[in-house]
Design a protein around this ligand. Structure first.
Ligand code: SAM
Length: 267
């Protein structure tokens, strides 16, 4: 088995839903795109790498804001097909943990794309070898601080009670919830000047997009994918009320508790 093969398989399957719902993802996660664009635009950049770029919203926003040559790397071709359709950047299908990049980057960024490595220290050491400047990524804090994700996981468990529970210490959205662990991984990987700051935002989408969000993204979409297509609308309608607390009039508001992690590659 090669590195991250399970994640590659998982994300290639999930990528179709992300591509279908890329506009909704763009809206929902826009506040964190803005954080990374601001960080990128703080000084002149010539080359930027976006790790786990998905459908490329952050990659192209940074390309537009900075004029730098931007490269998005992702392990899932289904994500990159959607990214390439927008142009504005170059996209590479590769496992960022082991890929030998053909150039160096003065900024390496990621929005929620670096938590899925099976060997995080090796992955961040590989990214450091590709970097001549800074690292800046956004990652989730714990489940207890992110109630929308927790609700989605709990609902999915009722829809697919036999599905194996995810390993809380393995690759996954909360892999860097503990800043002490993050600092130690980055230091072992050779990064310096490591800083971990909380960043809290309210993410919003129109209420009429909630069903599409849930059926294309995250654990509920996985649970639905395992049942016959004709059963899915009824199952989704049956769990919709679990999200009532996030609906305010015609808007869904998701409080998102994250870390902004920055570091430097030593010269
Ligand atoms: C939560 S999505 C985030 C996508 C995108 N950054 C965004 O914010 O819309 C995580 C992404 O990381 C990618 N990914 C996971 N493991 C990877 C690896 N080892 N190398 C490169 N990309 C990876 C997945 O394919 C997926 O596109």
């Amino acid at each position: 088995m090669t590195s991250n093969s399970a994640q590659a398989e998982w994300w290639n399957a999930a990528g179709q839903g992300w591509a279908n719902a890329q506009d909704i993802v763009g809206l929902m996660l826009r506040p964190f795109q803005d954080v990374l664009v601001d960080a990128a635009a703080r000084r002149p950049r010539t080359s930027v790498l976006d790790v786990g770029c998905g459908t490329g919203a952050v990659t192209r926003a940074i390309a537009e804001a900075t004029g730098a040559a931007c490269v998005g790397v992702d392990i899932a071709e289904s994500m990159l097909e959607a990214a390439r359709a927008h142009g504005k950047a170059e996209y590479v299908r590769a496992d960022a943990q082991v890929h030998t990049f053909d150039r160096s980057f003065d900024l390496v960024v990621s929005r929620f794309g670096v938590m899925f490595f099976d060997d995080p220290t090796a992955a961040f050491a590989n990214l450091r070898r590709a970097a001549t400047g800074e690292l800046c990524f956004i990652t989730w804090r714990g489940r207890d601080e992110n109630p929308f994700m927790t609700t989605a996981s709990e609902v999915a468990a009722t829809l697919a009670p036999d599905a194996p529970a995810p390993d809380p210490n393995g690759p996954g959205p909360h892999a860097f919830a503990d800043p002490g662990h993050t600092r130690s991984v980055l230091a072992d990987a050779g990064w310096t000047g490591i800083d971990v700051q909380p960043v809290d935002r309210t993410c919003t989408i129109p209420e009429n997009l909630l069903a599409m969000y849930l059926s294309n993204l995250g654990p509920i979409s996985r649970a639905l994918a395992a049942v016959p297509e004709e059963d899915r609308p009824g199952m989704l309608a049956g769990v919709r009320s679990a999200f009532d607390g996030f609906v305010h009039g015609d808007e869904v508001r998701v409080p998102a508790a994250c870390w902004q992690v920055t570091a430097s590659a030593p010269l």
